[in-house]
Design a protein around this ligand. Sequence first.
Ligand SMILES: *Cc1c(COP(=O)(O)O)cnc(C)c1O
Length: 385
Amino acid sequence: MRDKIPFNRPAITGREIDYISDAISSGRISAGGAYTNKCASLLEERFAINRVLLTPSATAALEMAAMLCALEPGDEVIMPSFTFVSTANAVLRMGARPVFIDIRSDTLNIDEALIETAITERTRAIFPVHYAAVACEMNSIMEISKRHGLLVVEDAAQSVNAFYHGKALGAIGHLAAYSFHDTKNYVCGEGGALCINAPEMIERAEIIREKGTNRSRFLRGEIDKYTWVDVGSSFIPSEISCAFLLAQLEALDALTEKRRAIFEFYREHFAEMEEDGLLSLPVIPPGCAPNYHMFYILLHDAATRDGLMVHLRQQGIQSVFHYVPLHTSPMGERLGYKRHDLSFTEDLSDRLLRLPFYSDIEESDLMAVAGEVRAFLWRGRVGKR
Ligand SMILES: *Cc1c(COP(=O)(O)O)cnc(C)c1O
């Protein structure tokens, strides 16, 4: 019997243990040591981001972003419903209201053409989510935000090392969040970063992250003692996590290249099936350079998707669907949404299936996945005749 092919396996570069040992022998494993600083500088330089603050997760970075937007009860934030819960929770816990709008059927990203009709007197910000690390239409979104005086926070959790017309995702909005969770391309178990592109937000971000104190300025020698100056929390990661992360970030291009090859393998193997109308493949618009975060296929309907998932599982292959649209969740219902509010979001999320994708997946496993998808869909087609 064939070995089980998992959906995800974190990539290990080999230097993680060395860096962690080094951090331990340096005698400093709490936040703000050499590895934390190296990771932040590397991200700032590679992606031309004004300031990067490492955090324990993208969730934490999104929460910081919502605090920095100074959201107040009753304020509204426009975002897609087709996203992870953290995008909406960050807004909700400020007492503000996530306003869900529909996605584009090609990229599954927020439909920028629907943003302006959702803007009200209470709208303060737009939180676009780059799905699968394919960029949202950021030129339009930034233009709309400027016209209406809104802040833009990119949920770039999946999008480290992905680009939009030459600009890094995470370097475009006023603020952005990256994730280094196990399921992302570059990992440290649990980890994230807040990207700050609006320079006037840097000082308050440092304070919020350091429990509401100006300790960051103290550590830089700018003041001789530190004190409580604002509301804050602990949004700092351990030096151990950052030591692990540096090993990953140093291999950024090598890891991306491996993922590109896997993406192209799937795309080539399914091209003919797309021509035959058996499935649809991801669309990458001109100007978008993704980091090949995932490979998904869109099937005809939910029944075909669910049937294919079962078939793959029977062959020892793990495939997964993605977000249950937030507006149809129990929490979404409490916010006043109901099924049929966002038709593209509901239809596409019902038909989407993500295939096994990790940088050291064996070619024979890829062949097996592609072969089983083909076998299942061809059988369905013959059956219909
Ligand atoms: C993974 C993910 C998050 C959460 O990241 P964590 O680091 O696990 O908190 C948020 N938003 C999106 C779009 C994600 O894919």
